[in-house]
Design a protein around this ligand. Structure first.
Ligand code: AMP
Length: 305
């Protein structure tokens, strides 16, 4: 069984996060950061993104220690992408307060030559125009997974639809699925999204888990009921990273592997939300993954003969 590498493209940022426990400033974040750290648990990762000169060495160290190849991480003059968000008291919703693109504003992803044939491609949440630029540079990937968010659905819908036409698995949350499809019912929304290109759509439902629509098949995975949730930032990216990392590690994209990948994505998301920033997630190891995978199994096990 060959473990295939994963190319991750997305934002690498410094966040300011307001959660019930307090306000945390200059926290390392970004869609590519969380997705890479999660995928790195399962497969070699090649990250493509951009940061400014203010990006801390300690974060570079965390990524390198996770085995993430940073050849494609550009360091440019100026400041790193910055996002600020405030969560509701029950952590179930959030408001974006600030999105400063900074070095991202003039960014055009350049996939290093030796990475253009990477078989597993994760288009993390960034401008759809940049996701298209990535797709124009990679050569016949086996699997393209794309993530997006309301911000881009609002301002870049036409480009996003072009991305969808070239995507195999779309990962988005329930509210975004409704926004993008114009359908309130999640089943109808998923069907409409599948008709836009991706054969598989994963609808994340936050603390309630995720639904995988694979052709006509539907799979539901719960989220683990956790006693201590600190910060949901990056949960979606960790989910997507865990999902594609697992598929790459098995080099399989069949229905059974997809169902398992949704659970491994949920495992990584469950570790992500237990702390602020990606360091805790970066400490996850095989034993921790197995333990939580087992917890998922017993959570849904009700059939006794
Ligand atoms: P998630 O909680 O999985 O949706 O991802 C949160 C991460 O996405 C944060 O660490 C932010 O830095 C990053 N982020 C927020 N807004 C954007 C945006 N418009 N484009 C790219 N990344 C973003």
């Amino acid at each position: 069984m060959a473990i295939e590498p994963v190319l991750v493209v997305g934002s690498v940022g410094l966040d300011k996060i307001h959660v019930p426990d307090g306000t945390f400033d200059s926290v390392v974040g970004g869609s590519a950061t969380f997705a890479s750290v999660a995928a790195g648990q399962f497969a070699p990762v090649r990250l493509v993104g951009i940061v400014g000169q203010d990006f801390p060495d300690s974060a570079v160290h965390t990524l390198l220690q996770r085995g993430v190849d940073l050849t494609g991480l550009e360091v440019a003059a100026g400041k790193t992408f910055h996002w600020e968000g405030r969560y509701s008291d029950d952590l179930s919703s959030r408001e974006s307060l600030v999105t400063d693109l900074n070095t991202f504003a003039d960014f055009h992803p350049r996939i290093p030559d030796r990475f253009t044939e990477t078989p597993y491609v994760m288009l993390g949440n960034i401008a759809p125009e940049l996701q298209l630029e990535v797709l124009d540079q990679v050569r016949s990937p086996k699997l393209v997974v794309a993530d997006t968010m309301n911000f881009w659905i609002d301002i870049a819908l036409a480009d996003l639809k072009r991305v969808l036409a070239r995507t195999d698995i779309l990962v988005l949350n329930e509210e975004e699925a409704r926004m993008l499809s114009g359908q309130h019912n999640v089943v109808k929304a998923a069907k409409d999204l599948q008709a836009m290109g991706p054969q598989r759509v994963v609808v994340k439902q936050g603390e309630y888990g995720a639904l995988l629509f694979d052709g006509d098949d539907v799979f539901s995975a719960p989220a683990l009921p956790l006693g201590d949730v600190k910060d949901p930032t990056g949960a979606g990216d960790s989910f997507a990273g865990g999902l594609i990392g697992f598929l790459a590690s098995r080099d399989r994209i069949d229905p059974e592997a997809l169902r398992q990948a949704v659970v491994f994505g949920s495992v990584m998301a469950s570790y992500c939300v237990e702390a602020v920033g990606p360091e805790h997630l970066a400490q996850v190891n095989e034993a921790m993954v197995s333990e939580r995978y087992g917890a998922f199994r017993s959570l849904v096990d009700f059939h006794r003969d």
